[in-house]
Design a protein around this ligand. Structure first.
Ligand SMILES: Cc1cc2nc3c(=O)[nH]c(=O)nc-3n(C[C@H](O)[C@H](O)[C@H](O)COP(=O)(O)O)c2cc1C
Length: 178
């Protein structure tokens, strides 16, 4: 059941020093390319990175929240040509989540690293830094890097009792009557 996958899903930031098998990597590639997009315009493109030196550079994309990429087996950079579709952010977000869930379904851990609207330092954006590291042409925007690898931490899924049920309404905002 898909709900069991969601129940056990967590963001993973600590990884084993173990490479991802080519078959699993191929499934991650397929999952990314099967992401739905508005009007089927597919504005996204993906860069799969397993080169250690490049992963190390990407781990410095922003001062906080990316350092764990240094130990990841793989990063998937999700980019888009915003000229292709006005709602590329939604399309790229869905693709990032597809990669995250596909990884979990195969016993891999992963974590979204936000790049869009983040700063590399006082004068440069994380986007322009990542574009520079990966040789991405200027016309593309960079939404995220998804770090993937075999997990070295195993946090529990969020408990049923902890779900924010106060955010759920029936028929009308504020109504909880069934
Ligand atoms: C849009 C988005 C951006 C995120 N950016 C980062 C990030 O830059 N660095 C990071 O370590 N985690 C990032 N995360 C992971 C969240 O911190 C994580 O999903 C949240 O704390 C809930 O934890 P869980 O995924 O284990 O349930 C991001 C998640 C989302 C959905």
């Amino acid at each position: 059941m898909f709900i069991e996958l969601l129940r056990s899903r967590r963001s993973i930031r600590r990884f084993q020093e173990k490479p991802i098998e080519p078959e699993k990597r191929a499934l991650l590639e397929e999952a990314a390319l099967r992401s739905p997009s508005s009007r089927d315009l597919n504005p996204w493109e993906f860069i799969f990175i397993d080169d250690r030196e490049t992963l190390e550079k990407l781990s410095r994309s922003k001062p906080h929240g990316a350092g764990f990429l240094q130990k990841a087996a793989l990063a998937v950079c999700v980019i888009a040509d915003p000229e292709k579709c006005d709602i590329w952010i939604e399309d790229c977000s869905i693709a990032s989540v597809f990669i995250h869930l596909a990884a979990h379904s195969m016993g891999l851990g992963s974590c979204w690293i936000q790049i869009r609207k983040r700063a590399y330092n006082g004068s440069n954006s994380s986007e322009s830094y990542v574009r520079g590291v990966l040789g991405v042409p200027e016309k593309y925007t960079v939404l995220s890097l998804v770090a993937v690898g075999y997990p070295a931490e195993h946090p529990e899924g969020h408990p049923q009792t902890g779900l924010p049920c106060d955010k759920l309404f029936i028929n009308r905002y504020g109504s909880t009557k069934k």
